[in-house]
Design a protein around this ligand. Structure first.
Ligand code: HDE
Length: 706
C-alpha cells in the first residue's frame, strides 16, 4: 500500500517559490515591502524579516519547521499578550491631563502639589466599572471607579476613588465576600456585570451595613450618561499634615464642571446592545474634539472637635459628611486633554495604590482604607508580574527618585556605582531626610488587641434614609424601580423579603412601593436594627443628580434623523446653534451614504438608522420631507428611534412633515408636551437647543410609565 502523506494525490502548484502571490498570501494581493521611508520589519531581536506571510516549511505544503525562529517568536509573544485582568474594576478607560492648584494650602498641608497657586501637575485618570470583566459593557448598573494619579514633585499621589461617596462594607476583611457575591455565580458562571441575582442580594440582605451604599447603587448614579458627567469621591477620611505636623481631617470630592447627568434604565439596557463602548467612545470623542472635561477638586476640612461631635464616625466608610454641614472648598481643577497613544501601555498597566501619598497627606484609621493599603501593592505583582512595575512609564514618578531597590524581573532602571546599600563609606547614594521625608501623624493609639466593630459604626439606616429623602420624586421612583427590577431577578423569595425588611427601616413608602411592585402579599417585619434608625436627618440637595444638572447643553449630542429632501437650512441652522452651545450633532439616515437635501446637496450620515438608535443621543431632531416621513414610518428602526426618544423623556425637535412619523410611533404630538418642539424654520433651532438644556422632560415620566 502506498504511503499517503496527503501530498502525492495532488499536483504540485504550478507557481514557483518566487511567485509573488504565493509568497504574499492568497488572492494575489501585493503586500507593501519596505521601500523608501517604510521601516523594515524585524524580529524582537532586531533581525530583518524577509517573509512575514508564510512559515518556513519543508516543501511547498509542509510540514513546518521548528527552525523558523521568526514564526516561533511571533506566536510566543502573541500567546502571552494577555495579563490577568484586575480582579475588580477590570473594565476601564483612562486619559492623561493635568491638575492645576488654585491657591496655596500651606496652612493645612505641606503636600508639594498644594504649595503654589497656578502650578500644573501631570495627571492620569482611569474610570471603570467594578463587577464586569474587561470585555463587559459600559452601561452596567454598577459603581464607577474614579482613580486619579497625580505625578507630584514629591512622589505620586493616587486618589483611588469611586463615583459614590460611601462603600458597601466597613471592614476590608469583607471585601472578597462582597465582590464574590456580585461576580458571576461560580457554578454557572453568570450573570456577567450584573448585580441582579441571588448571590448578590443574599449577601446584601445579610449585611445591613451595605444599606446606604445600596441606595446609591439603586439610584441613577450607577448608570451615568458619561464619565464626564459624574462626581468622584475619595470616600475615606484622610489627613492633611502641615509643616508643624498639625493634622486636619480631609475628604476629597471631584465635581464635574459639565454638571451631573445619568441615563434611564430602559435606555441603559438598550445602549449596551447598541454601543457597549458608549462611555469609552464618549470620552475619546470629547477629548479628540478638544472638548476637554474638567473637574474641580474640593476638600471637606474638619478637625477633631467636629469629628467628635458629628453624629457618625468619620472613620466609617459607609457614611458621608453632608455638604451642608462641611462645605466642600474647591482647591484646584483637573483637566483631561490627551488620550493614551496605546491603551495597554497606560490604561491597562497603570497601577493605582491607595498607599501612594506624598508628604503632607496621611491616612486615617478607617479600617477599609487600612486594608486597601495592603491590597493595592499586592495586586500589582499578580497583574503586572514584577516588583519592577514602577519602572513602566505610566507608573514611574516624574520627579527625581533614588533608592537601593534592585534587580528582579524586567529591571529597566538599574543603579550605577558600587554602593547599593546605606550607610556606606563610599559617599555614594541617597540618604533619608527627616525634614523633607514622609512623616506619619503621631497618633495616640492604645487599647486591647481585638476583632470588633466599633459601636460608633452601628447605625446602618439613617444616612440611607437621608439619601432617599434628598432625591426628587423622579429619582425616588427610579430607586423603587431599580430595586424592583433587581429583586425580581432574585429567585429565592426569602431574600426578597429580607431586603424589604431592611427597606422598612429606611423609608416605609419605599418599602411598600417595592413590595407592591414585587407582588408581595404581606409586608415582612422591619429588620432588627443594632441602633434605632433616625428620621430627623435633613435632606441634602447635593445628593440629587437632577438638582445638580448642567446650566447648558454643552458637551451633549443631538441625533438628527434625516431623509432625502430634508430642509438644508434647518439642518445647517441646528448645527450652528449646537456649535454655539458647545454641543454636537450626528446625522442618522436610511443609508450611510447620506441623503440629498432640499437644495440638492449631499449630507453624509454618521449612522444608518439601525446603527444610530436614539439612545445614543441626549436629544433628537427629526428633519425629514413628507415622502421621507412616509417611508420612515414603515421602518421599525425609525419608529423605535422616535418612540424611544419620547419614552426616555428626551427633547424632540421635528418638522411639520415629521409629524406623520411621530404619530406612527405613537408619540402624542398634540398633547402639549413641552419637549415636543416644532422646527419649521432655521431660526427655531436656537430655541430648541436652549430647551434641551434641561436634558429631560421629567413631567412626561408619568405618562410614559418609564
Ligand atoms: Fe479597590 N481595588 N478595593 N476600592 N479599587 C482595586 O487594585 C480593594 C475600594 C477602586 O483603575 C484593585 O489595581 C479592597 C473602595 C478603584 O486601576 C484591588 C477594598 C474604593 C480601583 C482593590 C477596596 C475602591 C480599585 C484591583 C476594600 C473607592 C481601580 C486592581 C478594603 C474609594 C483602579 C487594582 C484602576 C481596584 C482592592 C475597596 C476603588 C484588588 C481590598 C472603597 C477605582 O487592589
Amino acid at each position: 500500500m502506498a504511503k499517503n502523506s496527503g501530498r502525492s494525490s495532488r499536483k504540485p502548484h504550478a507557481a514557483t517559490i518566487h511567485d509573488q502571490s504565493l509568497m504574499r498570501g492568497h488572492g494575489g494581493e501585493l503586500h507593501q515591502t519596505a521601500e523608501g521611508d517604510t521601516p523594515v520589519l524585524t524580529t524582537a531581536q532586531g533581525a530583518p524579516v524577509a517573509d512575514d506571510q508564510n512559515t518556513l516549511k519543508y516543501g511547498e505544503r509542509g510540514p513546518s519547521l521548528i527552525e523558523d525562529f521568526h514564526f516561533r517568536e511571533k506566536i510566543f509573544h502573541f500567546d502571552h499578550e494577555r495579563i490577568p485582568e484586575r480582579v475588580v474594576h477590570a473594565r476601564g478607560y483612562g486619559a492623561h491631563g493635568y491638575f492645576e492648584t488654585y491657591e496655596s494650602l500651606k496652612k493645612y498641608t505641606r503636600a508639594d502639589i498644594f504649595q503654589r497657586a497656578g502650578e500644573k501637575t501631570p495627571a492620569f485618570v482611569r474610570f471603570s466599572t467594578v463587577a464586569g470583566s474587561k470585555g463587559s459593557f459600559d452601561l452596567a448598573r454598577d459603581v464607577r471607579g474614579f482613580a486619579v494619579k497625580l505625578y507630584t514633585q514629591e512622589g505620586n499621589w493616587d486618589i483611588v476613588g469611586n463615583n459614590i461617596p460611601v462603600f458597601f462594607i466597613q471592614d476590608a476583611i469583607k471585601f472578597p465576600d462582597v465582590i464574590h457575591s456580585v461576580k458571576p455565580e461560580p457554578d454557572r458562571a453568570f450573570p456577567q456585570a450584573q448585580s441582579a441575582h441571588d448571590n448578590f442580594w443574599d449577601f446584601i440582605s445579610l449585611t445591613p451595613e451595605s444599606m446606604h451604599m445600596i441606595m446609591w447603587v439603586m439610584s441613577d448614579r450607577a448608570i451615568p450618561r458619561s464619565f464626564r458627567f459624574m462626581e468622584g469621591f475619595g470616600v475615606h477620611t484622610f489627613r492633611f499634615l502641615n509643616d508643624k505636623d498639625e493634622s486636619t481631617f480631609v475628604k476629597f470630592l471631584w465635581k464635574p464642571k459639565q454638571g451631573l447627568q445619568s441615563v434611564v434604565w430602559n435606555e441603559a439596557v438598550k445602549i449596551n446592545g447598541a454601543d457597549p463602548d458608549f462611555h469609552r467612545r464618549d470620552l475619546w470623542d470629547a477629548i479628540q474634539a478638544g472638548d476637554f472635561p474638567e473637574w474641580e477638586l474640593c476638600v471637606q476640612l474638619f478637625d477633631q472637635d467636629f469629628a467628635d461631635s458629628f453624629e457618625f464616625d468619620v472613620l466609617d466608610p459607609t457614611k458621608l459628611i453632608p455638604e451642608e454641614l462641611v462645605e466642600p472648598v474647591p482647591v484646584g481643577r483637573l483637566v483631561l486633554d490627551r488620550m493614551p497613544d496605546n491603551f495597554f501601555a497606560d490604561t491597562e498597566q497603570v497601577a493605582f495604590m491607595t498607599q501612594n501619598v506624598p508628604p503632607g497627606i496621611d491616612f486615617s484609621d478607617d479600617p477599609l482604607l487600612q486594608g486597601r493599603n495592603f491590597s493595592y501593592l499586592d495586586t500589582q505583582l499578580k497583574r503586572l508580574g514584577s516588583t519592577n512595575f514602577t519602572h513602566l512609564p505610566i507608573n514611574a514618578p516624574k520627579c527625581p527618585f533614588h533608592h537601593f531597590q534592585q534587580d528582579g524581573h524586567m529591571a529597566m532602571r538599574n543603579p550605577s556605582g558600587r554602593a547599593n546599600y546605606q550607610p556606606n563609606s563610599w559617599g555614594e547614594g541617597p540618604r533619608e531626610s527627616p525634614q523633607r521625608g514622609f512623616r506619619s501623624f503621631v497618633d495616640d493609639v492604645n487599647g486591647p488587641k481585638v476583632r470588633l466593630r466599633a459601636e460608633s459604626f452601628a447605625d446602618h439606616y439613617s444616612q440611607a434614609r437621608q439619601f432617599f429623602i434628598s432625591q426628587t420624586v423622579h429619582e425616588q421612583k427610579h430607586i423603587v424601580m431599580a430595586l424592583t427590577f433587581e429583586l425580581s431577578k432574585v429567585e429565592t423569595p426569602v431574600i426578597r423579603e429580607r431586603m424589604v425588611s431592611h427597606l422598612l427601616n429606611i423609608d416605609e413608602g419605599l418599602a411598600e412601593s417595592v413590595a407592591e411592585k414585587l407582588g408581595m402579599r404581606k409586608l415582612p417585619e422591619p429588620a432588627e436594627a443594632a441602633v434605632s434608625p433616625r428620621n430627623d436627618l435633613p435632606a441634602s440637595d447635593a445628593l440629587s443628580i437632577i438638582k445638580n444638572g448642567p446650566a447648558s447643553f454643552a458637551g451633549r449630542k443631538v441625533g438628527v434623523l434625516v431623509s432625502d429632501g430634508a430642509d438644508t437650512k434647518l439642518i445647517k441652522g441646528l448645527s450652528t446653534a449646537l456649535k454655539k452651545e458647545g454641543a454636537t450633532m450626528e446625522i442618522v439616515a436610511p443609508y450611510i451614504g447620506g441623503v440629498e437635501t432640499s437644495d440638492g446637496s449631499i449630507i453624509e450620515a454618521d449612522h444608518m438608522i439601525d446603527g444610530g438608535p436614539s439612545v445614543l443621543f441626549d436629544a433628537v431632531a427629526i428633519i425629514v420631507s413628507e415622502a421621507g416621513a412616509e417611508r420612515l414610518a414603515g421602518e421599525a428602526a425609525a419608529r423605535d428611534f422616535v418612540a424611544d426618544a419620547f419614552a426616555h423623556l428626551k427633547y424632540i425637535g421635528y418638522t411639520d412633515a415629521a409629524a406623520a412619523l411621530l404619530i406612527k410611533a405613537a408619540v402624542p404630538v398634540d398633547s402639549g408636551d413641552e419637549g415636543l418642539i416644532p422646527l419649521s424654520a432655521a431660526k427655531e433651532a436656537a430655541g430648541f437647543v436652549s430647551a434641551c438644556r434641561k436634558l429631560r422632560v421629567w413631567a412626561r415620566e408619568e405618562a410614559v410609565k418609564l
